[in-house]
Design a protein around this ligand. Structure first.
Ligand code: ZN
Length: 139
């Protein structure tokens, strides 16, 4: 499994049952060909535990993921057919053609970023279409 396929956050939150400090763990994972966001809360004091799998990742929590894991950059390591890249990005991101062209410019310029699992998903879909794309973190 790629190191980019998984990003997690760990917090302390008041237990919903007894209000003691409980462990909150959120995981964004690339599972097969889709992204999942799972949250688990476990209280050491009263043994309350709950898992919320396949939930929505809020913008606020996504920002925290980016802050803690660093933004991954989508890189194309070899020249690729513009039309192929456009088609894959459009399908993966669900964008209109005009918006996808903006994204493509960012990708060519090495400026398209997201959480590691998000960028790894795009890189995988591009590789499946024959484009030499990778997710990378750092310069
Ligand atoms: Zn508790």
């Amino acid at each position: 499994m790629s190191v980019y396929a998984y990003a997690s956050l760990r917090r302390t939150t008041p237990c919903p049952e007894c209000r003691s400090p409980a462990d909150w763990v959120g995981v964004q994972a690339l599972v097969g060909d889709s992204l999942r966001w799972d949250v688990e809360v476990a209280c050491p004091a009263c043994r309350f535990a709950v898992a919320d799998c396949g939930g929505e990742l809020s913008d606020e929590v996504r920002e925290q993921l980016l802050a803690e894991h660093g933004a991954a950059v989508l890189r194309l390591r070899a020249p690729a057919h513009r039309v192929t890249v456009l088609r894959v990005l459009r399908a993966a991101l669900g964008l209109e053609l005009a918006a996808v062209k903006d994204v493509l410019e960012q990708v060519w310029g090495g400026a398209y970023v997201g959480t590691p699992p998000e960028v790894e998903l795009l890189a995988r879909r591009l590789r499946a279409a024959g484009v030499d794309a990778v997710a990378s973190v750092g310069p």
